[in-house]
Design a protein around this ligand. Structure first.
Ligand code: NAP
Ligand code: ZN
Ligand code: ZN
Length: 346
């Protein structure tokens, strides 16, 4: 077994604190990564607080992992020691169901193996990237060509792919009006991709003070959602809304902003079910849809697209010890736009 150290929540009511644990030895097809940076996703906070379902504790969160490969198994062909690699939200899947064979392992019908708060193929709990190392099958390891600015690349492994995938699936681009709801970790990546794909992008935000930053990210318009007049001015106007909001919000008000045949795509996961009026959908033949992260193939495609188009995340690098303060700021919507842990501070 490999001795590892990280930050764990021992229970859903305790703060993260240093914890030592073991990872499996490097198997024939495994990669061992010394973690350099790990992004802080709002899903980490939801999961350590049992917002969605009872979790597996102790829990070491973190699924936006970038680091250096320090060992490989004897049958590994895709990676070499010394290369930079990434790990996202999944570390394995059944590999045989229809969705896995289509390269959409995130929709594995028996459930993919989550990077943390899940069980590995061997049935033991998985531990995430708020730690110094990780062991992953090569098929679920992502290749990263860059050697610099790695802190800003880490959030692509979740916030990046979670917004890239639905925009690609619905072919959002030139001629489309895209609204990005919520300007946090996911939202700011959605703005960058939406602009890059040629859409006219509007940010819908509860935070008026984010307007200048939204425009700097490339957004064409900014609407403060608490301002009735501003909301009325964008009724029936969007082809797509990409909803990244992590807390309860008024779905019917947002649906009214879609044009005929518009699609409201949910990626944010509040802890309570949405209340949706049938009228909000049938008026204008609108659709309500959802999207979960992205498959391994598409994640690699997204990383390569970002490298080619100079797209990275806007990050605030923090020491591991500052995680609780970072969570407090995240709850208040005060993130510019992703916290990333410098693993050297562990
Ligand atoms: P984040 O950085 O905290 O951003 C969320 C943003 O939502 C906030 O910055 C804020 O933006 C807005 N917001 C917060 N509370 C709100 C409220 N009550 N009403 C309206 N807007 C509110 O979080 P994140 O890391 O981007 O994650 C966002 C959500 O996506 C989380 O629920 C996370 O679990 C989920 N997620 C889903 C997937 C997936 O596969 N579908 C993957 C990753 C994450 P403004 O200040 O601009 O209003
Ligand atoms: Zn995430
Ligand atoms: Zn499967």
């Amino acid at each position: 077994m490999i001795a590892s150290k990280g930050y764990a929540a021992q229970t859903p009511t305790s703060d993260l604190a240093p914890w030592e644990f073991e990872r499996r030895d490097v198997g024939e097809y495994d990669i061992q990564i010394e973690i350099m940076f790990c992004g802080v996703c709002h899903s980490d906070l939801h999961q350590i607080k049992n917002d969605w379902f009872p979790g597996i504790f102790p829990m070491v969160p973190g699924h936006e992992i970038v680091g250096k490969i320090t060992a490989i198994g004897s049958k590994v062909t895709k990676f070499k020691v010394g290369e930079i690699a990434g790990v996202g939200c999944m570390v394995d899947s059944c590999r045989t169901c229809e969705n896995c064979t289509d390269g959409l392992e995130q929709y594995c019908t028996v459930g993919s193996n989550q990077t943390y708060n899940g069980l590995g193929k061997d049935g033991t709990p998985t531990y995430g990237g708020y730690s110094n190392n990780i062991v992953v099958h090569e098929d679920f390891t992502l290749g990263i060509k860059a050697t610099e600015n790695l802190a800003a690349i880490a959030p692509l492994l979740c916030a990046g792919i979670t917004t890239y995938s639905p925009l690609r699936h619905w072919k959002v681009g030139k001629g489309h009006k895209l609204a990005v709801l919520g300007l946090g970790g996911l939202g700011h990546m959605a703005v960058k991709f939406g602009v890059s794909f040629g859409a006219e992008v509007t940010v819908l935000s509860t935070s008026p003070e984010k307007e200048a930053a939204a425009k700097a990210l490339g957004a064409h318009h900014f609407v403060v959602t608490s301002d009735r007049k501003q909301i009325d001015s964008v009724k029936n106007s969007f082809n797509f809304i990409l909803d990244t909001v992590s807390a309860e919000h008024n779905m019917n008000m947002y649906l009214s902003l879609l044009k005929r045949d518009g699609v409201h795509i949910i990626v944010g996961i509040p802890n309570k079910p949405h209340q949706v009026s049938a009228f909000s959908l049938l008026a204008g033949r609108r659709s309500l849809a959802g999207s979960g992260i992205g498959g391994i193939k598409e994640t690699q495609e997204m990383l390569d697209y970002c490298a080619e188009h100079n797209i990275v995340s806007d990050v605030e690098v923090i020491a591991m010890q500052d995680i609780t303060h970072a969570y407090d700021r995240m709850i208040k919507g005060d993130v510019r736009y992703r916290f990333v842990i410098d693993s050297a501070t562990l």
